[in-house]
Design a protein around this ligand. Structure first.
Ligand SMILES: [Zn+2]
Length: 136
């Protein structure tokens, strides 16, 4: 199997074993140190916590259902859902924009109801999938 892999640290092409992720130990250490640094950064931690909290709420609300469910805004608020924290947005061809928290998406409906969806498909960031806040 010929598959081009790139180093997770320096993004140079790597050769060798299929499970190789870094070109050398230096890159591996660099990458792991960076990961630790960002995980300990208070700003990153705060947002990660908020995102995980939001995801839990959506997961909990969807558990009883299959792929789609409707909930009132009050329910989301009472569970402490924070609308400003999301991972990405998805706009359909028709122009409907879903906000996502990882694999769970939501869409405001009429009369303060929200449509919740779960995206089980393999995550692919196409032109329509833009990371939140990267549109500057
Ligand atoms: Zn490297």
């Amino acid at each position: 199997m010929t598959q081009t892999r790139t180093c997770l640290c320096c993004e140079r092409e790597i050769r060798g074993r299929v499970d190789k992720k870094f070109c050398n130990d230096h890159c591996r250490n660099d990458f792991n140190n960076q990961l630790k640094l960002s995980a300990n950064n208070p700003y990153v931690r705060k947002i990660n916590l908020a995102l995980r909290h939001n995801r839990k709420i959506l997961e909990q609300l969807m558990r009883s259902d299959k792929e789609v469910t409707k909930v009132p805004l009050d329910r989301l608020n009472s569970l402490g859902f924070k609308f400003k924290y999301l991972t990405h947005v998805y706009t359909t061809k028709k122009g409907t924009t879903y906000n996502y928290v990882y694999e769970y998406g939501y869409l405001p409906l009429e009369n303060n109801w929200y449509l919740l969806v779960k995206d089980d498909k393999k995550v692919r960031f196409s032109e329509n999938h833009e990371m939140a806040g990267s549109s500057n």
